[in-house]
Design a protein around this ligand. Structure first.
Ligand SMILES: Cc1cc2nc3c(=O)[nH]c(=O)nc-3n(C[C@H](O)[C@H](O)[C@H](O)COP(=O)(O)O)c2cc1C
Length: 413
């Protein structure tokens, strides 16, 4: 439905004229939120023009690795999972999706570098489009955040450095744990090949039907291993100064933008996150430089993670994304990390972000926008099933809001 089109009840009467019961029914049915006075009290439900994409609300689904794409092939259960979370005019960013055979660092994450993977994404993308949502594919390479067991022939993982990540990870069988492996610092002459992997995967994303691509430049994975000075110890033109450390990402952006168009390209960054030892000595000035260097590409958006979140857990901090947001005046600014509904409304109202991404709440609430709209209670998420392989449990079995949720809430009180 285009601009101005609303659900059937809106065509008959203004929502405020409806009786209370009818209004509740209307809220449940009205997934087309535009021009509907009943939803204008929350900035999250003001429509937004994201380049050529018309969003009916600003509750964006985060990229969420779920480890259920067996042997890197996206599975039919993902069509149900994503379509449960799709709304007309809503934006979904896919789980991080691999660009090459060396990308992997978690069990059963999907890829999009082969034809088989690309074909397997098609029905999933279609299921999301059938609900009227916009679907971007996040593409990544884990770099050193992995183990030899994930690598072809047990080879060393690739990175900007030979320093390994401290700590342990889950091995490909989804059960056993091991220390991160020591990476191999790639040679300068290998870099064009990796840029090419990103380009070809982005092309496959468009072939699979995705509306656009997000480059995963966050959370200590390969791109961040070049960007952050706490990791990158190179002496070639990809290491040292902030200009040099930014070069890897900028070359990928240039290649992907040329392939698919900057109008459908976004970049995710986590300037402050130290997840996977991704430390930077001066995130504000380094990422302000990077953000400014991205401006000439006319990207669709920049998507940044708040300092208060480290990967998928909350931490205490006084820092905020505000200086980075101020440096990105060019197009849409998306913020993620630890947002409640009220904080998200406030962030949009005060211009701290144009769109807000929700992660953990979207895992456990397939109908999150509706619940926010109604001020309804949220299901709690279960961390134990974030990265397990069951095609249903902790994946597609979180309950939708019941028709009688208000009555049930009253009964419990
Ligand atoms: C289960 C899980 C998987 C995640 N996978 C990804 C991912 O694939 N790519 C990414 O950029 N961030 C990933 N994240 C981080 C989220 O996108 C998001 O930034 C984080 O959950 C903070 O947002 P929240 O407070 O709304 O949950 C993941 C988080 C969780 C909980």
């Amino acid at each position: 439905m285009g601009k101005g089109a609303v659900g059937p009840i809106c065509d008959q009467k203004e929502p405020e004229e409806l009786k209370v019961k009818e209004l509740k029914k209307h809220h449940r049915q009205c997934h087309e939120l535009e021009n509907c006075a009943a939803h204008q009290d929350q900035p999250l439900f003001q429509p937004y023009q994201l380049g050529s994409f018309h969003l009916s609300h600003r509750v964006v689904m985060a990229p969420l690795t779920r480890c259920r794409s067996y042997n890197t092939i996206p599975q039919p259960h993902a069509a149900l999972y994503y379509s449960q979370r799709a709304t007309a005019g809503g934006l979904i960013i896919s789980e991080a999706t691999g660009i090459s055979v060396t990308h992997q660092g978690f069990p059963h994450t999907p890829g999009i570098w082969t034809q088989e993977q690309t074909e397997a994404w098609k029905p999933i993308v279609k299921a999301v489009h059938d609900k009227g949502a916009i679907f971007f594919c996040q593409i990544w390479h884990c770099g050193r955040v992995t183990h030899n067991a994930y690598q072809p022939n047990g080879a060393a993982p690739i990175s900007s450095t030979t320093k390994r990540v401290h700590g342990k990870l889950v091995l490909p069988n989804g059960i056993d744990m091991a220390e991160y492996s020591t990476p191999r610092a790639i040679e300068t002459k290998e870099i064009p090949g990796i840029v090419e992997d990103f380009r070809l995967s982005a092309r496959n994303c468009i072939e699979a039907g995705f509306d656009g691509v997000e480059l995963h430049g966050a959370h200590g994975y390969l791109i961040d291993q070049f960007t952050k000075d706490g990791i990158n110890d190179r002496t070639d033109e990809y290491g040292g100064s902030v200009e040099n450390r930014s070069r890897f990402l900028l070359e990928i952006v240039a290649a992907v933008a040329k392939e698919i168009g900057a109008h459908r390209l976004g970049v995710r960054l986590s300037p402050f996150s130290q997840y996977a030892d991704a430390f930077d000595s001066d995130p504000i000035s380094h990422f302000t430089y990077l953000i400014q260097a991205l401006q000439p590409f006319n990207l669709l958006y920049v998507h940044c993670v708040e300092p208060r979140v480290k990967g998928n857990t909350d931490i205490e901090t006084n820092e905020s994304l505000e200086p980075i947001r101020k440096a990105w005046k060019h197009s849409t600014f998306i913020a993620a990390g630890g947002y409640s509904r009220d904080e998200a409304n406030e962030a949009i109202k005060t211009g701290r972000a144009d769109l807000i991404v929700f992660g953990r709440f979207f895992v456990s609430n397939p109908d999150l926008p509706l619940r926010f709209k109604l001020h309804a209670p949220l299901n709690h998420y279960d961390r134990n099933t974030f990265y397990t392989q069951d095609p249903v449990i902790g994946y597609t079995d979180y309950p939708f809001l019941s028709e009688d949720w208000e009555e049930e809430k009253e009964d419990k009180n």
